[in-house]
Ligand binder design. Structure first.
Ligand code: GRF
Length: 194
């Protein structure tokens, strides 16, 4: 793995499966003068992921990973990460679960954003579940990735108020807006502690 000493910006890969609005937001943040990272690789398990368009737009190398076999897929991801000398990984709407073997290889260097106030509402359908339980607040969490789903150490969280007339779509929109503020902040925080 490349050493950090003397490195100006840390090389990051972002793993996506869908729209990639968090990816786009991280890319834009990376252009800021004081940002500590550069996104050098975008990986998607879906060839039609909308977020892949940002690879072309921002001239970032992209790789589509066929997930027919998770073992082979992770092998392919690892070799791509090595090839591009990636030091840190951000999951942003990546809908596959990484094996503990994979996580060990990037120990403390994989983070994820989740649309709930963890440890509440791990997994999918977070917004509808929060509404159905009459929660007053939902939000988003950036956390380290561990071998247990959505259970790694929390880095930062942001609360979002749930109103009586909020649908899960409305809430998702509000939370996503906060995700775009939270993710770069959490990433910078983690990178400055490396
Ligand atoms: C976000 O809500 C994120 O928290 C979740 O998946 C969604 C991805 O959105 N893990 P986008 O692809 O970044 O637009």
């Amino acid at each position: 793995m490349p050493k950090l000493i003397g490195v100006k910006k840390i090389d990051i890969a972002v793993l996506i499966s869908g729209n990639g609005t968090n990816l786009k937001n991280l890319i834009n943040h990376s252009f800021k003068k004081n940002s500590k990272f550069k996104i050098n690789l975008i990986i998607s398990n879906k060839s039609k992921a909308k977020g892949l368009n940002y690879a072309k737009k921002f001239k970032i190398h992209k790789k589509i990973i066929d997930y027919l076999s998770a073992k082979n897929a992770e092998k392919d991801i690892l070799s791509e990460l090595k090839r591009k000398q990636i030091y840190f990984i951000c999951l942003a709407g990546f809908m596959k679960i990484l094996s503990s073997n994979f996580i060990k290889k990037f120990k403390g260097k994989i983070i994820n954003i989740h649309p709930s106030l963890l440890p509440k509402y791990k997994g999918l359908n977070t917004h509808q579940r929060a509404i159905s339980n009459n929660e007053k607040y939902s939000g988003c969490t950036v956390h380290y990735v561990s071998s247990k789903l959505d259970s790694g150490k929390i880095i930062l969280q942001k609360k979002v108020r749930i109103f009586k007339n909020d649908t899960s779509e409305k809430l998702a929109k509000k939370v996503l807006k906060q995700e775009h503020i939270l993710y770069p902040k959490a990433l910078e925080k983690v990178l400055s502690s490396l």
